[in-house]
Design a protein around this ligand. Structure first.
Ligand code: GN1
Ligand code: MG
Length: 354
């Protein structure tokens, strides 16, 4: 892949292949990401997964619209983080479409950036949640209908449950028997679906990030201040409760998303409280009463839903999320269901912060 990038992709950007380094970057589950460095610069190059993102042109156009809007906000002093912006080809295109050989796009690399996989202090959680809140606040007047839905019904729990049921019925890899306990657990959460059904219609559609994982907020490694919100791939219209939920999902556990040390997987109350403080410090005045009341629901839905998605992919033969070893998606699912249970157990104390 690296040789192919040097010889075939980099020329579109006018970058020489001699003395240019290309190295894998980050921990994404979907796209292939590289850091490209040459004597006069550096950028991030991605091969988009077009099985997942079936309209990649729409994705890069969405990201470009958001970057332009935030750039204007930054210029007028209303956005204080750094931007991830498209790097255009020599022909001024947002991407290089090589058909079977991939759909490639580049974005700027942010010097001094540092990402974390596990939150290690309340200060980190507060800073990251404030940064995601700042991002959403800056976009609160952006017309979300300008964005194409790059994945239909992305955060749609009923649809995700149906996909799980279909995978169970097909059992294409004969794996259902070995994870029956988790399948039954996932399918036993009907009361959450009912609650969601009642709340969703009351919520406004806003521009959402839709992947507010802790590693999508970059810190400045010089002083650990917040540097940038990255990964605009799934920015679409939706409900902000899911952005809140994905922060809870990825900040609160002391273990990574795929840890098999389930006895350590739990929601840390102090981290949850820091997320609430940080997020609401930016968005408290923007959210409607119903939206604020929905945040707790968003946390539960996201934790259950990602467990359902990992489990579904395990049953389907690992066709969606990149895996690094056998049963990786099952391990991720078990981890996320455990985190979901921990949320439910602490409902009384956690909701007191909202
Ligand atoms: C995927 O590849 P990455 O890390 O940006 C996924 C998210 C999941 C996440 C789980 C398009 O995001 O929805 O929450 O993995 N992205 C897509 O870690 O499905
Ligand atoms: Mg992503």
């Amino acid at each position: 892949m690296i040789d192919f990038i040097r010889q075939t992709v980099l020329p579109f950007y006018g970058i020489p292949s001699a003395n240019t380094s290309v190295s894998p970057l980050g921990n994404g589950h979907i796209n292939d990401t590289f850091l490209v460095r040459w004597d006069q610069g550096e950028f991030v190059l991605q091969k988009l997964n077009t099985q997942v993102f079936k309209t990649p042109n729409a994705l890069v156009e969405n990201a470009d619209k958001i970057a332009r809007y935030l750039s204007d906000k930054q210029a007028s002093g209303h956005y204080s983080l750094k931007l991830v912006e498209p790097v255009r080809t020599q022909d001024d295109q947002l991407a290089v479409d090589l058909g079977e050989k991939g759909f490639w796009r580049a974005i700027n690399y942010l010097p001094h950036s540092h990402s974390i996989e596990v939150v290690s202090s309340e200060d980190e959680a507060f800073a990251a949640a404030k940064a995601f809140g700042h991002f959403s606040s800056a976009l609160s007047e952006f017309d979300a209908t300008e964005l194409t839905d790059v994945i239909a019904q992305f955060h749609h729990l009923p649809g995700r449950i149906e996909q799980l049921q279909a995978a169970v019925a097909a059992d294409s890899q004969s794996r259902v028997d070995s994870c029956r306990e988790w399948v039954d657990f996932a399918l036993s959460q009907q009361s959450l679906l009912d609650e969601l059904n009642g709340v969703s219609p009351k919520l406004p559609l806003r521009t959402c990030h839709n992947d507010t994982k802790i590693n999508n907020m970059l810190f400045d490694k010089r002083d650990m201040s917040s540097l940038a919100i990255i990964d605009l791939d799934t920015c679409m219209k939706g409900h902000l409760m899911y952005d809140f939920g994905d922060m809870v999902r990825t900040f609160c556990s002391p273990e990574e998303e795929d840890s098999t040390v389930l006895e350590n997987v739990r929601v840390r109350e102090s981290v949850f409280a820091a997320i609430c403080r940080g997020y609401l410090s930016e968005l408290g005045d923007v959210l409607s009463r119903e939206e604020r009341a929905s945040l707790w629901l968003g946390a539960r839905v996201i934790c259950l839903m990602i467990g359902v998605r990992f489990l579904t992919d395990h049953l389907n033969g690992d066709v969606y999320f990149h895996i690094h070893h056998e049963n990786h998606n099952l391990e991720r699912a078990a981890n996320q269901f455990t985190l979901y249970r921990s949320l439910l157990e602490q409902e009384k104390s956690l909701t007191s912060y909202l």
